[in-house]
Each structure stands twice: as C-alpha cells, then as structure tokens.
Design a protein around this ligand. Structure first.
Ligand SMILES: [Zn+2]
Length: 76
C-alpha cells in the first residue's frame, strides 16, 4: 500500500528538481548576456560604444586605438 505512493512521491520530487535546475540554468544564461549590450563612453570623444567593441585602459573606455593612445580628454 505504501510503496506505490513512495514511488509516485519520488517521481514528483525528481520532476521538481529537474524543472528547478532547468529554470536556474536558463536564468543564469540570461544574466550572462547583458554585458554584450552594455554601452560605454569613450573618454576622449564621449561617443557611446558597446563594451564588447570598446577598448579599456584602467577605468577609462575608448572607441578606437587612436583615442586609447591619446588618453582621457583633459577637462578645462
Ligand atoms: Zn573616441
């Protein structure tokens, strides 16, 4: 009498764990993507560039190698 219920309970728990892991893996995959859409500002010309295409030097971002070489624009 008790064994079929135990098996059924095991199947329900197994499905629950499987669904939870599936949801978690999908959630973390979505969290890893936004970095590609993050826009950063060039410290030289102030043009906004996607972070995956921009060049970083220290705390500053640059749109191209020329501006990277010139460094951050001096403020008056
Ligand atoms: Zn620039």
């Amino acid at each position: 009498m008790g064994l079929p219920r135990l098996i059924l309970l095991g199947i329900i728990i197994g499905l629950g764990v499987w669904a939870w892991r599936r949801f978690n893996s999908r959630h973390s995959a979505v969290e890893n993507q936004p970095s590609a859409k993050t826009m950063v500002r060039c410290a030289q010309c102030h043009v906004h560039t996607p972070s995956d295409r921009a060049l970083q030097k220290g705390q500053h971002w640059y749109c191209c190698n020329q501006h990277l070489a010139q460094g951050p624009k001096a403020r008056d």
